[in-house]
Design a protein around this ligand. Structure first.
Ligand SMILES: NCc1[nH]cc(CCC(=O)O)c1CC(=O)O
Length: 332
């Protein structure tokens, strides 16, 4: 039944907007610090915070500095960080062996942060691109992205991350069958409590450009990712990917990018009623920062509005480079 509304002037919708108190009482959705996951970039060295030109305000940190940042995020009440490595080009190979090296940057960062900030959950990225000489998320053999060989490598990568202490595994590779393979490997290796947040509906998007600079993959990438990431024109396909990943053992699902795909977020939550997340990706962040730096928009207000929109669309949380800035505002 549609909501009953008296005719004007008995109904004046503006009455409910007439003061901050009344607006607060009837607000349907709110953003809280509990909704935030902070993606961060780690690099080699010590004492380093290196600015990322295409993501104003974001830096690549050496492990010691990243650990300080994780402690600050924990103190702000941010529930999780997500670690992405900037891999030295000399460590990139066609067989991507660095991806499952127990001593790679990500795994060392996980161990150090676990000690220093035990209450923040650590999420990782599972895909081969930071380690791949050609910048792809999967193995390239004879010019083709190979699915099944890649899944075997992702299993090794995941087990190394779980061993290091990762709480949430984030497969972002879009290979077929990887969720089932990762879940089975985690179960049989004693990691029953490791959570999988699947990048289930990940689109082949130009909004990832600044991220590829941040992890040093832009120069390496040959071609595009359209044979594994989804076509931006598709919506039903996203529902099939979500259903597939849930049936293989994903605990949480993600839509990526975020703001241009809020319709997908809403469909996922409405059709599946499962923990649903969005990734406000690097290009979304860069666009807001660029406009704010030029004085064209009020950066803080646009940031908070963009994050609230994810809640309204039905998301349980959002991966956002704005997490600390938003948390500071929310904490007052
Ligand atoms: N598998 C890699 C990965 N994991 C997260 C992002 C993008 C994040 C962002 O743009 O902020 C990407 C880039 C890509 O698929 O090319």
């Amino acid at each position: 039944m549609p909501p009953v509304q008296a005719p004007f002037p008995h109904a004046r919708p503006r009455r409910l907007r007439a003061s901050p108190a009344r607006r607060a009482l009837v607000r349907e959705n709110t953003l809280t610090v509990d909704d935030l996951i902070w993606p961060v970039f780690v690099r080699a060295g010590e004492g380093i915070e290196e600015p990322i030109a295409s993501m104003p305000g974001m830096v690549r940190r050496s492990i010691d500095k990243l650990t300080d940042a994780a402690r600050e995020a924990e103190a702000l009440g941010i529930p999780a960080i997500c670690i992405f490595p900037y891999t030295d080009p000399s460590l990139k190979t066609a067989d991507c062996a660095e991806a499952w090296n127990p001593e790679n940057l990500t795994n060392r960062a996980i161990r150090t942060i676990k000690q220093a900030a035990p209450n923040i959950a650590i999420m990782t990225d599972v895909a081969l691109d930071p380690y791949n000489i050609n910048g792809h998320d999967g193995f390239v053999i004879d010019g083709e992205i190979r699915n099944d060989e890649t899944v075997e490598a992702l299993v090794k990568m995941t087990l190394a991350q779980a061993e290091a202490g990762a709480d949430i595994i984030g497969p972002s590779d879009m290979m077929d069958g990887r969720i089932g393979a990762l879940r089975q490997a985690l179960e049989s290796s004693g990691y029953q409590n490791v959570t999988i947040m699947s990048y289930s509906a990940k689109y082949a998007s130009a909004y990832y450009g600044p991220f590829r600079d941040a992890v040093g993959a832009s120069g390496a990438l040959k071609g595009d990712k359209k044979t594994y990431q989804m076509d931006p024109g598709n919506s039903d396909e996203a529902m099939r990917m979500i259903a597939r990943d849930l049936s293989e053992g994903a605990d949480m699902v993600m839509v990526k990018p975020g703001q241009p795909y809020l319709d997908i977020c809403h469909r996922v939550k409405t059709e599946f009623q499962v923990p649903t997340f969005a990734y406000q990706v690097s290009g979304e962040y860069a666009m807001i920062q660029a406009a704010a730096q030029n004085g064209w928009v009020d950066g803080e207000t646009v940031m908070m509005e963009s994050l609230l929109a994810f809640k309204r669309a039905g998301c349980d949380g959002v991966l956002t480079y704005f997490a600390p800035a938003a948390a500071r505002i929310l904490n007052g």
